[in-house]
Design a protein around this ligand. Structure first.
Ligand SMILES: NC(=O)c1cc2c(N)ncc(C(N)=O)c2s1
Length: 322
């Protein structure tokens, strides 16, 4: 929490921050060409959240903290997410992570396990299946309304057109561009005199939000699925079991998830993947720690924007390549 500013100073700072975050958000979500690194956006956003928490009367409806994500591209028809795609609360230190797990276990003593998962640096997507058949896919958009990109998603090999069981389900995950594909794409674009994408996340977003599915198909995109909009048709009652069941249904699941019984195991997982991230063929910008029991997730619930049973531990920004 920043040092306590006077209300007037806080208002001045908030009035400085909001236009910056809106500009950066527009660049990031709509043009896929951000002018600042994620950690600059994240830390400025957290400063706004901290100031608005200190002075809730300074929160305005147009504040970036009051809506998730960017504008929708008018060329795509819209999809209403009946169960909103939430964002994630972020922590930037192990102390803050410790505070999160202690708070959850204090308020919900029944919590015994967390599930640790890699935070994939891609574009959030939602896939809807009816009786086991892929019927609709969309971007997160602002969490409530997304863009219908079904035709583009149908070109991605890791997205099953038909599940191994005829169930009706809505699954959420991340679409990403492998680092090797990103490097080849930028080499090709530069050979053709086009500007390269800033990073694999922007390349994935730019490739998914193409009007021509054939361009999407040429971009070697892949997916890792990790959440379900509702758990009705599933047999499992844990997050780790959910991932195994999604895998059995035919989805691509990131295999690096791990159940943790205590904070030491969570910290060991974080250290392991902070070291291994450069060797992965996909970008990760942190770790997602979730209460493992699905019924407890539901009991703990969410705010209007983020789940209270999960947190994202964000890695420090990678050293800029000299
Ligand atoms: N915004 C979100 O809720 C999430 C975003 C992400 C992400 N980018 N990568 C992995 C996970 C995960 N394993 O849950 C989540 S959850």
């Amino acid at each position: 929490m920043s040092a306590k500013l006077s209300e007037q100073a806080a208002k001045q700072r908030i009035d400085q921050i909001k236009p910056k975050l809106k500009k950066w958000s527009q660049e990031y979500y709509v043009q896929d060409r951000p002018s600042v690194e994620d950690d600059v956006y994240d830390s400025t956003y957290q400063e706004l959240v901290s100031l608005e928490t200190q002075y809730p009367n300074l929160i305005t409806a147009d504040s970036p903290t009051q809506n998730v994500g960017g504008k929708l591209l008018p060329q795509f028809s819209k999809v209403n997410h009946h169960i909103p795609l939430l964002s994630l609360g972020d922590v930037f230190s192990k102390q803050e992570l410790d505070d999160f797990t202690i708070r959850v276990e204090k308020n919900y003593p029944a919590v015994k396990q967390f599930n640790c998962e890699l935070k994939i640096d891609g574009l959030s997507i939602s896939l809807r299946y009816e009786n086991g058949v892929f019927v609709e896919g969309s971007t997160r958009g602002n969490g409530q309304i997304g863009e219908d990109i079904t035709r583009n998603l149908k070109t991605i090999p890791s997205i099953p057109q038909k599940l191994t069981r005829p169930i009706t389900i809505e699954v959420r995950g991340e679409c990403y561009m492998p680092k090797k594909s990103f490097a080849k794409l930028n080499e090709e674009r530069e050979r053709n005199g086009e500007s390269g994408f800033a990073n694999p996340r922007n390349a994935a977003a730019g490739s998914l939000r193409q009007l021509n599915p054939r361009i999407t198909a040429s971009r070697h995109l892949s997916t890792f699925m990790y959440n379900v909009a509702d758990y009705n048709d599933l047999k499992t009652n844990t997050q780790s079991g959910l991932l195994a069941e999604l895998n059995d249904l035919g989805f691509n699941i990131n295999p690096s998830y791990q159940v943790a019984d205590n904070l030491d195991q969570i910290n060991a997982y974080i250290d392991r993947y902070q070291q291994q991230r450069d060797g992965l063929d996909y970008g990760i910008d942190g770790i997602v720690i979730k209460v493992n029991d699905l019924k407890l997730q539901t009991k703990i619930g969410a705010t209007v924007k983020i789940p209270k049973w999960a947190i994202a531990y964000k890695f420090p920004p990678e050293e800029a390549e000299t």
